[in-house]
Write a protein that binds this ligand. Sequence first.
Ligand code: COA
Length: 339
Amino acid sequence: MAAVLAGLGGALPAGVVTNDDLCRELDSTHEWIETRTGISERRMVAAGQSTRDLAVEAGARALKSAGRSEVDAVVVATTSADRLCPAVAPEVAHQLGLGTVPAYDLTSACSGFLYGLASAVGHIASGVADRVLFIGAEAFTTMVNPGDRGTAPIFGDGAGAVVLRRGRPDEPGAVGPFDLGSDGSLADLLAIPAGGSRQRSATGGPGHEGVPAEDWFLHMEGRPLYVQAVERMTASSRAVLDRVGWSVPDVDVFAGHQANVRIVRAVAEELELPDDRVAVNIDRVGNTLAASIPLLLIDAVVRGRLNPGQRVLLSAFGAGLSWGSTALTWPDLSVEEVC
Ligand code: COA
């Protein structure tokens, strides 16, 4: 028995923000951002639009792609939920007309898609569910200081969703073994200090005495993260290839988390994977955290880069620190372009 990928769908906010748009308010240039990150533009939510809205849209498309609207559970991976409490997943399930199914959020930043996928697979493996809707959804640009040139250019908003169903391990789409890991000793490299139980929201909002305004936004140390991302994604990819019994030349498409095109290329180089096997969409969407890999897979499918029968390696890295990888043979899915 295995969990098999049965549906895939995505959502992006309509608002396109180019590097030039950003640089009107930011001490940076299109050239710097594009050269150092590979990003040309990203999507940002409009006022009043939230992670839930993107999750609902992506979820509806994934259910359509799967050809059936019933599921037994909804899992949402997000680090930018609409509110600290409650989780966004029950509202998403409600808005999708899924009734009173179990629904919860999971927070694992940029590795959220891998952690959430493992959870969804676990529900099927344990017999708790036959079909699971799993969504990675983020409006993370709302958590980034628009005046911080170290973080503002990097992130984008979006959502990607999959439907998993109970199936056989030898079917295309059977999600393979996982490698997951974390290192909390480096938690401060990527963090939003305020708003949780440590710097209590009860002591006031942005600008409150004792809670510096910038602590309500993301803090990031880019250089050490870069090094960790390359090391962890490379080691995790190798671990999963060992578990699934593939060697590097067996991989047709490497779908690595889109944090920086240089990170993805560096991992591919470490693995000795040729450039033409590396999927990239960061130029158009930026880093969308838990939505990154499903949006990348959709892009690869609609561009004809990823076809049924091809072997895909997924790998992600993010705050926590946390990382994860898995592999699957691509199934025959009908996937709508996300505009
Ligand atoms: N525009 C212009 N200059 C910028 C800039 C920007 N947007 N951001 C930083 N700089 C400057 C710095 O101030 C620094 O100047 P200095 O040399 O005069 O001090 C210089 O560019 C180099 O900065 P550095 O931070 O070392 O750049 P970098 O090449 O490491 O690129 C990141 C920065 C953030 C793009 C890169 O470190 C990265 O992608 N890290 C990983 C981030 C990540 O993965 N985050 C999410 C985890 S999933």
